[in-house]
Design a binder for this molecule. Structure first.
Ligand code: UDP
Ligand code: MG
Length: 319
């Protein structure tokens, strides 16, 4: 990397961002200028806006920005496919035309200055640099608490993610190519990228308010995002069904002893109570365990149909 300056692509997913984009583009272009001057990046580094089927004039805004400065480039999806898909489309479009791509939201809530540090780390050979929020004081209490609960729950479900890292990160060309091998349609980048496993680093920054417009991530979208994240990575919930059934089977033994004890030694037992109690507990645990076993098989199918790459070769020395 030393003999040649690295070409950087800043990829921005945009959904209804006509208000924020001009401010964001101006800010990022100034940053690219500054970094070019400091000989950190190649002068043909650029910004790639991925319009996610916006209903406002986001695409027109991108076209005007491109006319003014052709370092602003764009792609436009035919339909709103959601943040993760728009981001992937942008990254894949940039993949063959950059040494590293940085993904950032259109609202500049993530401090763009962190890009400088990310690029320095990349130039020293780090493939993936995660932007991590040092504080979330500008988020509402509600957003902060729900987001943290989400991270905790993911960990509990056996999902490997970086704490307080959203989708603000740098990926080297090599990492992008590895990402392109993941064929799943249920995309959760934050879960996939740690699995790639190349040299990684973290850059911390303070999170700001949106520059313009309002959040496109209401609670309903966050919730479905988190459910997607867990269910596309973990078959653990199914194992839990089986475990619950197994635990209930042991409880069942205790209940059976109690019920039979009552039957033989107590005077005022209603007729039928003993047999109903015994069958309800026994059958309940049996049913749960059976569902769990079926779930284990579905879990295997679920992992297999993804056809994820089974390994990623980081370096070769074959000649
Ligand atoms: N976004 C997108 N498609 C969507 C929703 C959002 O491309 O369906 C983009 C949006 O334009 C922004 C980024 O995803 O660049 C993050 O969205 P937002 O800032 O609204 O989320 P928050 O920061 O409130 O979680
Ligand atoms: Mg935002």
């Amino acid at each position: 990397m030393a003999d040649r300056l690295s070409k950087i692509a800043v990829v921005i997913p945009c959904y209804n961002e006509e208000e924020a984009l001009p401010v964001t583009a101006e800010h990022l272009l100034a940053l690219l200028d500054k970094m070019t001057e400091q000989q950190l990046i190649a002068p043909d580094s650029y910004i790639l806006c991925a319009n996610d089927g916006s209903r406002d004039d986001t695409w027109g805004t991108i076209v005007r920005l491109h006319d003014r400065d052709n370092r602003v480039k764009g792609i436009s999806l035919a339909h709103n496919r959601g943040h993760q898909n728009a981001l992937l489309a942008g990254l894949m479009s940039a993949m063959d035309n950059c040494d590293a791509a940085i993904s950032i939201d259109a609202d500049l809530q993530d401090d763009p200055e962190a890009i400088v540090e990310m690029v320095k780390l990349f130039n020293r050979g780090t493939d993936i640099v995660y932007g991590v929020r040092s504080s979330r004081h500008t988020d509402t209490w509600f957003k902060r608490t729900t987001a943290h609960a989400f991270y905790k729950f993911q960990q509990l479900m056996g999902l490997e993610t970086v704490y307080d890292h959203a989708d603000y990160r740098l990926m080297s060309n090599r990492a992008l190519h590895m990402l392109s091998q993941y064929g799943e349609s249920n995309l959760f980048l934050r879960g996939i990228i740690p699995q790639i496993g190349l040299p990684t680093a973290i850059v911390t920054y303070a999170r700001n308010h949106r520059v313009a417009g309002e959040s496109k991530y209401p609670l309903s979208k966050m919730l479905s995002f988190s459910i997607d994240g867990i269910t596309s990575f973990s078959a653990r919930p199914m194992r839990w069904i089986f475990m619950t059934g197994l635990i209930l089977l042991f409880v069942d033994i205790a209940v059976a002893l109690y019920v039979l004890g009552s039957y033989f030694f107590e005077q005022h037992i209603s007729p039928g109570w003993t047999s109903i109690m015994l069958s309800v507990w026994f059958l309940g645990s049996l049913i749960l365990m059976s569902i769990g076993i079926v779930g284990e098989y579905i879990g295997k199918i679920f992992i297999e149909v993804k056809k994820r790459p089974r390994y990623a070769i980081a370096e070769t020395l074959l000649d």
